[in-house]
Design a protein around this ligand. Structure first.
Ligand SMILES: *Cc1c(COP(=O)(O)O)cnc(C)c1O
Length: 302
């Protein structure tokens, strides 16, 4: 059974002035705890793990990872144990201060905290063998959940959206955009807004799609993954006030800032119909607020 989320029109004076029609696909409302694209990416992986009768899923992420939170909850829902390899040894004695990790633990996820160096080498055989020695048999789910089955799930995001000229999505590991690209029709274009710096992404995306109707706009990463500015926070709060749609500070907030900035600059022809994918990620807001509070910056409205 395919789950479909609704497209909601965004009404802003700027859009009216520029004659741009903008809709947002509310994938953030798919599930109360497994939001947006993480739900899509887990779907076929969970089916595969269950079919193979594998009792635990092991995966990787940073301290605020939406994927870690989603996997923990999905594991509990599906009676599959979950193991999280978490970046940052220093968290071992203070993970309780982190809302994402608290949530994951309360849903039964077991953690292993590793140094940044070990984390970087997580794909090497040695590490994998070490993990097998330590945890026994498990379903190895890559960082961000991105693999062939995740892309298959993300190919179900677009659904009868043929009347849109442009599809926009935030990009992390590139799995979500690859699935979206695969399900576009001729003449549709996909623009991805990476939430992090790095040139590796384009190659990664090409591994999962053979279409060329897409591009990445790297102008709106705000300095890198997890970095925010006062201007971005203000934008997200204003957007929520005007549209009642919450955005997350890591992915969708940066993307929407970018889209509206491009509209302002006249990047899109009048009459263009744009569909923006709200990939979710709202669980990350309270973690970001803890950081903002420490830095004495304004907080995100909940
Ligand atoms: C993980 C995530 C993304 C990035 O998805 P990828 O498939 O890794 O590119 C985008 N938006 C949100 C809210 C996410 O949690």
């Amino acid at each position: 059974m395919e789950v479909i989320s609704k497209n909601q029109e965004i009404q802003l004076k700027l859009l009216q002035d520029k004659k741009i029609s903008l809709y947002i696909k509310r994938e953030d409302l798919l599930h109360p705890f497994i939001s947006g694209n993480k739900y899509r990416k887990l779907k076929y992986n969970l089916i595969e793990a269950k079919t193979k009768n594998i009792k635990s899923i092991l995966t990787y992420g940073g301290a605020y990872s939406n994927h870690i939170a989603a996997t923990a909850y999905a594991g509990k829902e599906n009676n599959i144990q979950t193991i999280g390899i978490i970046r940052g040894e220093e968290l071992a004695h203070k993970w309780q201060e982190n809302p994402t990790l608290r949530f994951a633990a309360s849903n039964g996820m077991q953690f292993k905290f590793v140094s940044r160096e070990v984390y970087r080498n997580k794909l090497s055989d040695l590490t994998l063998q070490n993990l097998k020695n330590e945890f026994g048999q498990f379903y190895d789910l890559p960082e961000g959940g991105t693999n062939e089955l995740a892309i298959k799930g993300c190919e179900e995001i677009l659904n009868n959206d043929k009347n849109f000229d442009i599809i926009c999505t935030a990009v992390g590991t590139g799995g979500t955009i690859a699935g979206i690209i695969n399900s576009t029709i001729e003449n549709q274009k996909v623009i991805g807004f990476p939430a992090l710096k790095g040139d590796f992404l384009k190659k990664d995306i090409c591994k999962f799609t053979d279409k060329y109707n897409w591009s990445l706009n790297t102008d709106y990463n705000f300095g890198g993954y997890g970095k925010v500015s006062e201007e971005l926070i203000k934008f997200i709060n204003d957007f929520k006030f005007q549209t009642e749609i919450p955005l997350d500070p890591i992915y969708t907030g940066k993307m929407m800032y970018g889209i509206l900035d491009l509209v302002k600059k006249g990047y899109f022809k009048p009459g263009t119909k744009i569909l923006v994918i709200h990939t979710g990620g709202l669980q990350g807001i309270s973690g970001m607020n803890t950081i903002l509070k420490k830095k004495n910056l304004p907080l995100l409205l909940l």
